[in-house]
Design a protein around this ligand. Structure first.
Ligand code: HEM
Length: 462
């Protein structure tokens, strides 16, 4: 009897927190909370909640309550105003092996140290050094598509490989060609990490029984198989040996010299973790965005012609329309990111949006739902590049469009991602017309990048 009472208490008791705070939200189920509703997609679930409950709602991830905010002023408070005093850290299950040292999850002073060591890696000068590598892979992409001209193809596959090759080459200095060599061990191992599922048994265990985390750590069980992490480790040793030949983003960190202080303050393991996280954080996001651009251009041939005209006539001096196009496409790209919300824990008890947050409460900014807020984005499903003209942007609260986050913890790879996406897009559009095929599922935005489109040579380029 006592055991039954304990089990009931364990599985039901936490679900009173949000109610006591007066926060609306979907009904949790014992032990799982709202976790199972993630099956429809994190972003879709967020959007459904926004539609039902407005700009503030609460859910339970397993037994942990979590508050979500889309009000731009509250978002600004979380990401900028009170970032250092209250919302510095992001979610961290402390179960990722070597990736526990990745920038995305490290905390407080460790985050500050690693972020400040890495930031110069993405300076304008360093990015310029990456141009020849990116150019090499845009040529491979164009050649690949040329060979499949007029065939119906899943464009996400091609962009996924392009993005992975660019980021792997720049982060690891490894020459990969995943478009033409899917069996490369490097690609296979990266793909294994990317297949990581939110519904894996370990994640379920962490959500249902957070107290198990120290036990799993003790037995060195991590979210990623150790064979993969060993593979990358040996790759790193090679990379380090060949560092003098390197041109990749991180090689400077291993090149100590008198006037170069980068090597101070970051360990080899930490550098490894950053290289892997660059691939994880950068590949899917950029590939999805490019796929959305291709899809949107295929279903809007008039917009495509305008873009081709701009690129053909004025590139590279005038790229305004190119920028307007990329922006609405980057919005849905947040959709399949590992997190649809930027989540953090609040350090101390405080007030936010009229609510008293207890210390340690998990806070989320659901970007996809924010980007679908109809009062800010009328008919949010529609592809309207004009929403991103200079004038339109000036008229809008800047905290309503945050594909790369905002504040001190915004996306460190943003400029690199923009450069690499624009180079891919320009190369493509200079060469091809992107068309829909009978297989293109027009309007099905949730199946990001799986849309089939076709590439035809632009008549004036043959
Ligand atoms: C379209 C492409 C991309 C999008 C939409 C995107 C979006 C984001 C977002 C929303 C965040 C979270 C910000 C926060 O927690 O407040 C983030 C963080 C991050 N991104 Fe990106 N990202 C992209 C590409 C990249 C690339 C190419 C790289 C690396 C080369 C990268 C590396 C990172 C890292 C390391 C962080 C963690 C930053 C920190 O915690 O200090 N991202 N990104």
């Amino acid at each position: 009897m006592c055991l039954i009472l304990c089990i009931c208490r364990y599985s039901i008791w936490p679900y009173t927190v949000l109610k006591k705070m007066g926060v609306p939200g979907p009904m949790p189920i014992p032990c799982f909370g709202n976790f199972l509703q993630y099956r429809k997609g994190l972003a879709q679930f967020d959007e459904e909640c926004r539609k039902c409950y407005g700009g503030t709602w609460g859910i339970y991830e397993g037994r942990s309550p979590m508050l979500m905010f889309t009000d731009p002023e509250i978002v600004k408070t979380i990401l900028v105003k009170e970032f250092y005093t209250n919302f510095t850290n992001r979610r961290n299950f402390k179960m990722s092996g070597i990736l526990d040292e990745a920038l995305t999850v490290v905390e407080d002073d460790t985050w500050k140290r690693i972020r400040s060591v890495l930031s110069p890696t993405f300076s304008t000068g360093k990015l310029k050094e990456m141009v020849p590598i990116i150019k090499h892979y845009t040529n491979i992409l164009v050649e690949h598509l040329r060979q499949r001209e007029s065939q119906s193809l899943e464009i996400k596959r091609a962009f996924g490989s392009y993005s992975m090759d660019v980021i792997a080459s720049t982060a690891f200095s490894t020459q990969v060609d995943s478009l033409n060599n899917e069996n490369d061990p490097f690609i296979e191992n990266i793909n294994k990490i990317m297949k990581f599922s939110l519904f894996s048994p370990i994640i379920l265990l962490i959500f249902l029984f957070p107290v198990m985390v120290p036990v799993l750590r003790f037995f060195k069980i991590s979210l990623f198989p150790s064979s993969i992490l060993h593979f990358f480790n040996s790759n790193f040793q090679n990379m380090k040996k060949n560092r003098s030949k390197g041109q990749h983003l991180l090689w400077k960190l291993w090149t100590p010299s008198k006037d170069d202080c980068f090597h101070l303050g970051i360990t080899d393991n930490e550098i490894q973790a950053q290289a892997i996280i660059f691939i994880l954080a950068g590949t899917e996001t950029t590939a999805n965005t490019l796929s959305y651009v291709a899809y949107n251009l295929a279903v809007h041939p008039d917009i495509q012609s305008k873009l081709q005209e701009e690129i053909d006539n004025a590139f590279p001096s005038k790229r305004e329309y190119c920028d307007c196009l990329r922006r609405p496409s980057v919005r849905p790209s947040v959709l399949p990111c590992n997190s649809s919300a930027n989540c953090g824990r609040c350090y101390k008890r405080q007030e936010l949006g009229g609510l008293h947050l207890p210390r340690g409460m998990i806070i989320g900014v659901p970007l996809f739902a924010l980007h679908r807020e109809p009062s800010i984005w009328p008919e949010p499903e529609e592809f309207r590049p004009e929403r991103f003209t200079k004038e339109a942007k000036e008229d809008r609260n800047p905290y309503t469009y945050l594909p790369f986050g905002a504040g001190p913890r915004n996306c460190i790879g943003m400029r690199f991602a923009l450069m690499h996406m624009k180079m891919g897009l320009v190369a493509l559009i200079q060469e091809f017309n992107i068309r829909t095929t009978p297989e293109t599922e027009v309007g099905v935005v949730t199946k990001v990048g799986l849309d089939k489109v076709t590439m035809d040579q632009k008549y004036n380029k043959i």
